[in-house]
Ligand binder design. Structure first.
Ligand code: HEM
Length: 498
């Protein structure tokens, strides 16, 4: 008898990995899994060797630093090329930890401080483009699809801080690179079903034996163009780093790249593993992909909910305008981080539209693991599903309502214990060894973008449009490991006094 025989799930899903793969192929696996939790309870078996949980305690056990698991082969198959060695694809626990120690150097306080300047520069330039295109925007501007606007803005920001060069995607006029975010998503839509395939071990074996070559051969030409652009830009950035070697530290360009490049010289004597130019290039590529899609999704979703909830929108604008006298004052610092309603809006959006909607899969190691009083043997794949976690009515009660107030202690109806209880079920940046290193950068980026934009502009949804939303006015996404989405369609109008 199979050790998972008692775990409930649909017959065909328990017998074969095909239903899970099929839903991944359609981009709706997160919705399917939520339905299974509603039907079978908070522990389900959606594939023969896979157990998923919808429970805060299980989430904590699986994604903790001490958990007896490693990343599953899903992450190996996600790897683009065998010789591209980035932390996201490393499944061995200690090997991953050693590489993460190096990658974390890009996120130290010293590297994040200058990032704020680059973010402000790009947001202001985006605003200028809106104003120029709409004759000063004294009336409502033409409709804008924020999914693509934010893709462009965030890509430009990350290009600048990861490689020292903006992609200029948001600039008006022709630029073949403009199609890049869309092409990368399309590529993932094609590739992702392989990662959720029932034949992961086989795929992992054939990848270096011709499969990678084949995938590379059929990849859209723009993906190659993007890779070439990134390769050349990093080459130029390395040259700049070498040119500036003799300058005093404060005169050198100190972006995230700067700190990663310096890691090449650290070596074993400083307690690090060796890091070479190939690793550096792989890490820069990872930062671009990992950083852009998630930030852009969260911003699009936030503007969707703001433009559909006038009371929340008004409260947020009031907070921002009461905190900063003018748009020029909006910068990263204690005043911005003190905007608790802004932070609550961001948290509420990350609850409803998690950036990784399906489970980050973990494989149980020798000795097994105990989750919710049940022992799971080595080799079982376990996980929790952020899309379902955020909709868990046992935790949130009115889980389907967009209500940022639930995250704010108000001494009347929301106590500190209540917020702590919610937060125990809320890991938008994951936890444990694979936790997102970009959390602080992402929060800084989103807070600056939202505050500067709402200080400068009024916002409204294009009348009659619900693009990006479902029938219940919730923002929707397609799970392709990263996410595909559309809308909202919005219009801006310059605030007179800003
Ligand atoms: C709203 C914004 C963001 C959210 C919610 C978020 C969330 C996450 C999550 C859930 C993961 C785990 C993915 C997995 O294991 O499958 C992750 C990984 C990662 N994120 Fe973020 N992220 C955000 C923005 C960023 C930014 C701005 C950067 C950097 C520029 C970044 C860099 C990374 C990297 C490098 C990893 C891989 C870590 C590893 O493999 O050890 N993220 N992020």
């Amino acid at each position: 008898i199979h050790p998972l025989a008692s775990v409930p799930g649909p017959f065909w899903a328990r017998a074969s990995g095909i239903p899970s793969w099929y839903h991944a192929k359609g981009g709706i696996r997160h919705i399917w899994l939520l339905q299974l939790f509603r039907k079978y309870g908070n522990i389900i078996r959606p594939a023969p060797n896979l157990v998923l949980f919808c429970d805060p305690e299980a989430d904590k056990v699986i994604y903790s630093n001490k958990s007896n698991v490693r990343r599953s082969d899903f992450y190996r198959v996600l790897k683009r090329k065998e010789d591209e060695n980035m932390p996201l694809n490393i499944v061995d626990v200690s090997e991953h930890a050693a590489r993460r120690k190096l990658l974390n150097l890009a996120f130290i306080e010293k590297s994040l401080r200058p990032a704020s300047r680059f973010i402000i520069m790009h947001v202001d330039r985006w605003h200028q483009i809106i104003l120029d295109e709409d004759d000063g925007a004294d009336n409502w501007t033409r409709p804008r699809d924020l999914a693509s606007n934010f893709d462009e803005l965030v890509f430009d920001i990350l290009g600048d801080i990861c490689f020292g060069k903006s992609f200029d995607l948001k600039e008006p006029g022709d630029n073949p690179m403009k199609a890049i975010p869309h092409t990368l998503t399309e590529y993932m839509r094609f590739y992702y079903p392989f990662c959720r395939s029932p034949f992961l071990s086989l795929l992992s074996w054939i990848k270096p034996r011709g499969f990678d070559w084949l995938i590379n051969f059929v990849a859209p030409p723009l993906v190659h163009q993007y890779n070439k652009f990134v390769h050349n830009t990093i080459g130029n950035r390395i040259a700049l780093q070498k040119d500036q070697e003799d300058l005093p530290e404060e005169e050198r360009r100190q972006d995230m790249f700067y700190f990663l490049y310096e890691a090449i010289n650290l070596g074993r004597s400083s307690g690090f593993i060796t890091y070479n130019e190939g690793d550096l290039r792989a890490d820069c590529g990872l930062l671009m992909i990992a950083g852009s899609d998630k930030t852009s999704l969260t911003l699009s979703s936030l503007f969707f909910y703001l433009s559909g909830n006038p009371i929340v929108y008004r409260k947020l604008v009031d907070e921002i305008r009461a905190t900063f006298d003018s748009v020029q004052d909006v910068a990263y610092g204690p005043k911005l981080t003190g905007c608790i309603y802004l932070r609550a809006c961001i948290d509420e959006v990350m609850r409803l539209t998690p950036v990784i909607p399906c489970e980050p899969p973990r494989q149980v190691l020798a000795g097994g693991i105990e989750i919710m009083r049940t022992h799971y043997v080595a080799g079982t794949t376990v996980g929790t599903v952020p899309w379902a976690n955020g909709r868990n009515e046992e935790v949130y009660g009115d889980a389907s309502v967009f209500r940022p107030e639930r995250w704010i202690v108000d001494k009347i109806s929301v106590t500190e214990e209540e917020v702590a209880r919610l937060k125990a079920n809320f890991r938008p940046f994951l936890s444990g060894p694979g936790v997102c290193p970009g959390k602080n950068l992402a929060l800084m980026e989103m807070m600056i973008i939202v505050s500067r934009t709402l200080h400068r502009f009024e916002l409204r949804r294009v009348p009659g449009s619900n693009r990006g939303g479902d029938d219940d006015y919730h923002y929707q996404l397609e799970d392709v490991y990263v996410t595909a989405r559309q809308g909202p369609d919005v219009q801006f109008r310059r605030r007179r006094e800003s």
